[in-house]
Design a binder for this molecule. Structure first.
Ligand code: AMP
Ligand code: ZN
Length: 138
């Protein structure tokens, strides 16, 4: 896609600091560097986000994530990592070409906050919702 910034990076039309590349996948440093080594792993084929991908293309993408993650950990000396994928605006997606964020962690005070607000469990509701999801065709 010509108006997609990540397609432009893949085509070599705009620069990126590449950390891994194969036939189907490219990984490069995110310009925002929320933590040092913050990397994006993207499929070379354009998909709007993960929700649009089939199992073959998503497998090719995720197949590379653990080894790229380990390379980043080793190279940066990180002691942990957040692996994040945002889908659609409501979930924080700003670039509409599938990408997996690999954010190495050095301290709980890093410039990345992932907060899960827990709610009291209602097991009846959980059961109903799980059943509804289980019965829904994609
Ligand atoms: P998201 O908000 O999940 O869609 O993430 C998009 C990410 O793309 C942001 O973290 C941006 O910093 C990053 N980004 C945008 N343009 C570029 C670029 N030219 N090179 C590297 N990263 C980019
Ligand atoms: Zn694209």
């Amino acid at each position: 896609m010509t108006d997609c910034i990540f397609c432009n990076i893949i085509a070599g039309e705009i620069p990126a600091a590449k950390v891994y590349e194969d036939e189907g996948v490219l990984a490069f440093l995110d310009i925002s560097q929320v933590t040092p080594g913050h990397t994006l792993v993207v499929p070379k084929k354009h998909f709007r986000n993960l929700l649009e991908m089939d199992s073959v293309n998503s497998s090719l993408l995720f197949e590379q994530v653990p080894q790229i993650a380990r390379k980043i950990m080793k190279a940066t000396g990180a002691t942990g990592m957040n692996i994040i994928n945002n889908n659609e605006e409501v979930a924080g997606q700003t670039v509409f070409h599938t990408h997996i964020h690999l954010a190495p962690r050095f301290s709980e005070k890093d410039d990345l906050k992932v907060t899960f607000v827990a709610h009291e469990p209602n097991f009846e509701e959980l059961g109903k919702l799980a059943e509804k999801i289980a019965q829904t065709k994609e």
